[in-house]
Structure formats: C-alpha cells, structure tokens
Design a protein around this ligand. Structure first.
Ligand SMILES: *Cc1c(COP(=O)(O)O)cnc(C)c1O
Length: 418
C-alpha cells in the first residue's frame, strides 16, 4: 500500500507500511515464527546470498515480521531504513560499534540511561575506546571535546534521569561542522513528540520496549538511518566498502552486516508483532501520557512533602525553552523525577502506593515508580551517582495513561504515610 506523505501522524502510526493484501488480507502482519526459510533451487539461495533476490535466509539475518516493523519505524521517524534488534541496548551497542575501532573516541551527553552509561564508560573502555561525557546542553563543551579521533556525537532527546533537553538542531550543527554524525536515543520522546532526523540528527535509536510497544510486554530496539550522511570526508575509511555496496544506506548496512548479524542481536518476531500492535495506539497514548504528566507535575508542585520536581515542562526548568521549541507545544515527555525528604521517605512512599507499579521500566501505559539510587544505580560509586544527579531523595515516575486524578490520589495517599 502506498504511503500518503501528507497523512497526519495519527493516521501514519496505524497505516505506515501496512500491506494487508500481501498478508492474505490480515490487518496485522503474520508472525513468521521460523528460524530459516526454504529455497526452491540452489541457484536461488546463491542469488539470495549475493543480495539479489530480497528473499529471507535465516532469522538472525532477516525476518519478514521484523521487516514490517522496520518499515513502520523508519517511516515514522523520517529515515531511509531501519534494523530492529533484541533490545534497546542491542541497538545502542550495534549503532555505536559500527562506527568505533580501538583507539577511537566519541562525545556523549552526561545524562544517559543507566546501561548506556555503563556500556560507554566501562565496557567500551576495555576495547580501547574513549568516551568524553559533556553537558548535552553545552554546545561549547561538545565542540571542545571533539578531536581528530572522534567518530560521533551521542545524546538522548530527553536525558534520563536528568531530564535535560539538548537542542538537537544545534548539536547536529556542531557535529556536522566537524564532519561527524549525530546519534540520538529518542526513546523518551518517541516520534510523536520529536523527530530528531528532521532536526538534523543522522541516526535515531529506540528502546521499543518503552512507549513504542507501550504495554511492557516485549523488549526490542531499533537503529534508524537518515541515509544522507557523507562518509567520504576522511574520518571513516572503514565505511568505504559499505558506501560502494549500499550508497546512502552504507551505515545501516554496516550496522546490520558487520554487527547485528555477527553479534546475534536478533529480534524475536513475536516481539515485533507486539510492537506493531502497540504502535497502532502510540499517538493517542502519547497525547494522554503527556497531558497526564503535565497534570501530575502541577499536582506534585503543590504537595508540601515534595521538595523539588524535575520535569522539562516546569516554568523554571533550564531546558523549558528548548523543549517548547523542539516539541512544538505537544508536551514535555511523561517521565519526571521529584525529591522527598530522604531515602527512608522514598521507601515509605513507594511501599505505600496502591495503584502505581513499583518496577524497573518506563513508557508503559501503566504508571511506574522506582528509587534509582538504591536499585539501578546501587553498584555505582557515590561520586558517579552524584555526577549523574542520582541522589538518595529521588523518585522517578513514569506517568501512565490512567485517569490523572487517580494517579494523583494514589500519590497523595502514599505521601500521607511518610
Ligand atoms: C530502556 C532504555 C534503553 C535500553 O533499552 P532496553 O530495551 O531495556 O535494552 C535505552 N535508552 C533509554 C532512554 C531507555 O529508557
């Protein structure tokens, strides 16, 4: 089915890359639950390996259900192509590793998802790769951290858990000035709130586990390539064979051919199916998530036990202006942090909640809380926790799509137990 380019996002989340007549009239793609695909002749398999037929070989390489999700997500983000993977971390690992060799460096925002931080700071280090963490909102610092060995710049649209919002257009301009691509983790914003590729970013990454699937039922990740970065500038000699083979999609081909296939970061087609199902309601879910987050933030502001709130929508938030511009008034994300008296108060609050779930996830349609200091960041040194603004008094709340008054009422009755 041909995609009408002028369709509104609300329509596109449902109809992007739909092809029911290729699926025997099914309105959802079949789950192709097969490790491998049959070939009618030896000649056909040989041509398939040569990349001439587009047929499928083996699930670790490609899968038809996964391909549907790839087309949908590339379309929604405005990219030329996408590869889905087993998790957001698989996508981040492959997206970065495709550009890195021993001795290389890169620049990243200092407010990152916990595992991304560990991957960059500790794991890559073992392979001789150096990350320079900077304030993602400090363009001067980004420029200064770039040197002759830098391979890319990496930021999150809304830093988790610091809730900082870099100006993607401006960060992309700094990266491009140095001939570098900008990679953006757009998990917390989703393409409903922000489309980084349209703002100048070159690669978008998601943990589809979060808002895109929306129901906490499937892990997944995706790397999306805008497909027009110029890899010939001299910094990327290892991209040359891929440019020769795939031209504009050279980077995505490297991600797929060199890393995704050989690291074995395969997405289960069932997870792609569940994510496709979730995508149908992404726009209305996000509309509600964003409206609820606004209401909950306003409510929290008035509770005497709440000492501070970190939500880019607050009038005095340092990133409010950037968020207004970048998110076109649609909202400010639906994850926020707030401070109670101390760790003991946080534990009492969490234990007192009756509806809001206490678990390690975000972007679910259900409201979720966690005390990051004593859980995800437990093994971090005090110095690192403080550098990442993970304090003992901090609660992270992922605002769901229940009735806002019920979310607020649950928070209020839990605060009463402090
Ligand atoms: C959850 C998350 C990830 C990691 O995704 P997984 O699917 O859990 O591997 C990466 N970035 C952000 C911003 C996330 O919230």
């Amino acid at each position: 089915m041909s995609m009408k380019k002028n369709w509104n996002f609300y329509t596109r989340v449902i109809h992007e890359a739909q092809s029911p007549m290729d699926w025997q009239g099914s309105t959802l793609p079949p789950i192709f639950q097969t490790a491998s695909h049959l070939h009618s002749t030896a000649q056909n398999l040989s041509e398939t390996f040569a990349g001439k037929t587009g047929d499928h070989i083996y699930m670790r390489l490609t899968n038809p259900t996964n391909n549907v999700l790839e087309r949908k997500l590339a379309g929604l983000e405005g990219g030329r192509g996408a590869v889905v993977m087993a998790s957001g971390m698989a996508a981040i690992t492959n997206a970065c590793m495709a550009l890195l060799r021993a001795g290389d460096e890169f620049v990243a925002g200092n407010s990152l998802f916990m595992s991304t931080y560990v991957l960059f700071a500790n794991v890559f280090k073992k392979y001789g790769i150096t990350v320079h963490f900077v304030e993602s909102t400090d363009l001067g610092a980004i420029g200064e951290a770039i040197n002759g060995r830098t391979r890319f710049v990496y930021v999150e649209t809304i830093g988790n858990p610091k809730m900082d919002v870099p100006d993607i257009e401006a960060v992309a301009a700094v990266a491009h000035e140095h001939g570098l691509p900008l990679l953006v983790d757009n998990t917390l914003a989703t393409p409903y709130l922000c489309r980084p590729l349209e703002l100048g970013a070159d690669v978008v990454i998601h943990s589809t586990t979060k808002y895109l699937s929306g129901h906490g039922d499937a892990t997944g990740g995706v790397v999306i390539d805008r497909g027009d970065f110029d890899w010939s500038g001299g910094r990327f000699p290892d991209l040359a064979p891929f440019v020769e083979r795939k031209e504009d999609l050279a980077y995505l081909d490297k991600v797929w051919r060199e890393h995704h296939i050989n690291f074995g970061t395969t997405q289960a087609p069932l997870h792609s199916y569940l994510t496709i199902l979730g995508l149908d309601t992404l726009a209305i879910r996000m509309e509600r998530h964003l409206a609820n987050a606004w209401k909950v933030a306003a409510f929290l502001k008035d509770q005497p036990e709440v000492r501070w709130i970190n939500y880019p929508g607050m009038a005095n938030h340092p990133c409010r202006e950037t968020a207004d511009k970048q998110f076109s008034g649609r909202g400010f994300g639906a994850v926020l942090t707030f401070g109670l008296r101390d760790q003991d108060a946080c534990f009492r609050f969490i234990d007192g909640l009756e509806m809001i779930y206490h678990l390690a996830n975000l972007g679910d349609c259900k409201s979720l809380v966690i005390h990051p200091y004593s859980s995800q960041y437990l093994s971090f040194t005090e110095e690192t926790r403080s550098a990442l603004s993970i304090t003992p008094d901090l609660i992270r709340l992922s605002v769901g799509i229940e009735a806002a008054e019920d979310i607020c009422a649950d928070i209020r009755q839990a605060l009463d137990r402090l």
